[in-house]
Design a protein around this ligand. Structure first.
Ligand code: NAD
Length: 318
């Protein structure tokens, strides 16, 4: 286990395994040394589980149980080829991440960061009709890119709580849930018609720089872009240019292209709300993620597939 996690994960694992907690994110060479001979790994999204790491772990490795839903740090085909299960933590973090996407949307729309600074800097000198006017959220159009678990949860909040019109783009298809009113459309149309755009895609070769200069230019000048998925899906340098030159009105970001760094100039963009990758950061959710990640490992030790498995085609080993 790379880092200690809240909740029951550690005690669950200690009952059945010899648990080693590394306590820090190690440089890849050092990580490869310490994982040699492991039966199971419980990495964080900053650990790269690539071919070199899998080779270093050796033939005894049976499961990589990622402490995240996103698996862009794990070489899934490499694991499958070696008969190693890949587990992850879907569903348990959906609500917390959707809540944070709404937090970013609302904060950027209502200029919360700028306004907070006004108060702290002592610049507020009394109510005025034209002071710090933001964007109306209720009834506005929200475009959701990636209509999976988190995308749908954001749509439910936005439609149910804020009477927003929902457009969604997902190449796998946009499946309507219950009475949620959502209109499937192309990415081009979504970008043109939305007042707010929220990104919920996994990071893959196809989604790298899904939003670049051309996509930003097609958005409304009043639009706000929210990203709680993975940083590299947005060309961050192009976003800084777009924010600086007023191509779009604002952004709400939880993730960055080269975390923990930000693109040059982003910190000076006052219309951007910037959070340090907090999508799943509630005590309840982080504990639930830990429990699921631990149970994924225990299942494999019992000769079964992980509860939440990214490569169920792997044959169980006893
Ligand atoms: P999911 O698999 O349920 O949904 C992802 C959706 O994106 C799927 O419906 C998929 O078809 C769609 N998609 C794939 N490629 C696409 C493309 N090119 N264009 C549009 N849609 C595309 O995953 P989820 O549980 O909703 O999580 C989504 C992502 O959110 C994760 O992969 C992870 O990277 C990120 N995440 C971030 C945080 C955070 O802390 N900020 C927390 C949780 C998840």
């Amino acid at each position: 286990m790379t880092l200690s996690v809240p909740g029951p994960a550690e005690s669950l694992l200690r009952e059945r395994c010899e648990l080693e907690i590394l306590g820090e994110i190690l440089p890849p060479e050092r990580y490869r040394e310490v994982i040699a001979g492991a039966d199971a790994l419980l990495p964080q999204l900053r650990d790269r589980i690539d071919e070199a790491a899998l080779d270093a772990a050796g033939p005894g490795l049976r499961v990589v149980s990622n402490y995240a839903v996103g698996l862009d740090n794990v070489d899934i085909p490499g694991c499958t080829q070696r008969g190693i299960y890949v587990g992850h933590t879907p569903d348990v973090l959906t609500d917390a991440t959707a809540d944070l996407a709404m937090t970013l949307l609302l904060s950027a729309a209502r200029r919360v960061v700028e306004s907070d600074r006004e108060m702290r800097d002592g610049r507020y000198d009394g109510w005025r009709p034209d002071y710090l006017l933001g964007q109306e959220v209720t009834g506005a159009t929200l475009g959701i890119i990636g209509f999976g678990r988190i995308g749908k949860a954001v749509a439910r909040r936005a439609a149910g709580g804020f009477a927003m019109r929902i457009l969604a783009y997902d190449p796998v298809g946009v499946v309507r849930e219950g009475d949620l009113d959502v209109e499937a459309c192309s990415l081009d149309r979504l970008l043109i018609e939305s007042d707010f755009v929220s990104c919920h895609v996994p990071l893959t070769e196809e989604t790298h720089h899904l939003i670049g200069e051309a996509e930003l230019a097609s958005m409304r000048r009043s639009a706000i872009l929210v990203n709680t998925s993975r940083g590299p899906i947005i060309d961050e340098a192009a976003l800084v240019n777009a924010l600086r030159s007023g191509v779009i009105a604002g952004a709400g970001l939880d993730v960055y292209e080269r975390e923990p760094e930000m693109a040059a100039g982003l910190a000076d963009c006052i219309t951007a709300v910037l959070l340090p990758h907090l999508g799943s950061a509630t005590g309840k959710t982080r504990a639930a993620m830990g429990e699921l990640a631990a149970r994924n490992i225990l299942n494999v030790l019992d000769g079964k597939a992980p509860l939440a498995c990214a490569n169920p085609e792997v044959a169980p080993r006893r």
